[in-house]
Design a protein around this ligand. Sequence first.
Ligand code: FE2
Ligand code: FE2
Length: 238
Amino acid sequence: METRTDEIADGIYRFSTFVPDAGIAFDQFLVDAEEPLLFHTGMRALFPLVSAAVARVTAVERLRWISFGHYEADECGAMNDWMEVAPHAEVAHTALGVMVSVGDQALRPPRPLVDDEVLDLGGKRVRHLATPHVPHGWDAGVMFEETTGTLFCGDLFTALGDGPASTDADIVGPALEAEAVFGATCLTPTTASTIRRLADLAPTTLALMHGPAYTGDGAGALSALADGYAALLADASA
Ligand SMILES: [Fe+2]
Ligand SMILES: [Fe+2]
């Protein structure tokens, strides 16, 4: 396996490792700023590959923030490995996630984030949005980097296979195909409205955890995904 590095927006780096056994790629993102932030840590098994790739962009001990979408191994499995090499790094996660899991599991006390809270990273600003159970996980949340219009949307739009680093092609069709395979999304009456709230941010880049970064009409893609899930829920409820 190898980890590919691409700058997908100004100062936003994507590290992508395709894992053949899983059939999907696992992507982490570095927001390069005065206080660098890593979004997703990857699993512990990926730490040697991913940390070497990040080190080619910036010194890993500079990392100030570690954040992720929800408490699962691919999102945050290596958080303590990262904190060991980055002594000033703090984990920032939803207040609920800190209470339920991360406060117990993290090497150092995490920083709970409330909905709509902004972290000023110095040159970059990330807004946290709590998205309980979207796409899954009670503690789920996303981050929006305001200077580049990049939404770190985690498992939303998960696609099968190993695609390009970025795309302006349709990502909703591949996401619904992957959903039919994995059934990973928690379909509830509030799934679509939670995703439509993200569309209101009008992101120009969607940084997917499992798939190419999308550049273009992020609001349109999110609205179409919300419509797709609403239809799935209606079918399942019929
Ligand atoms: Fe997940
Ligand atoms: Fe994931």
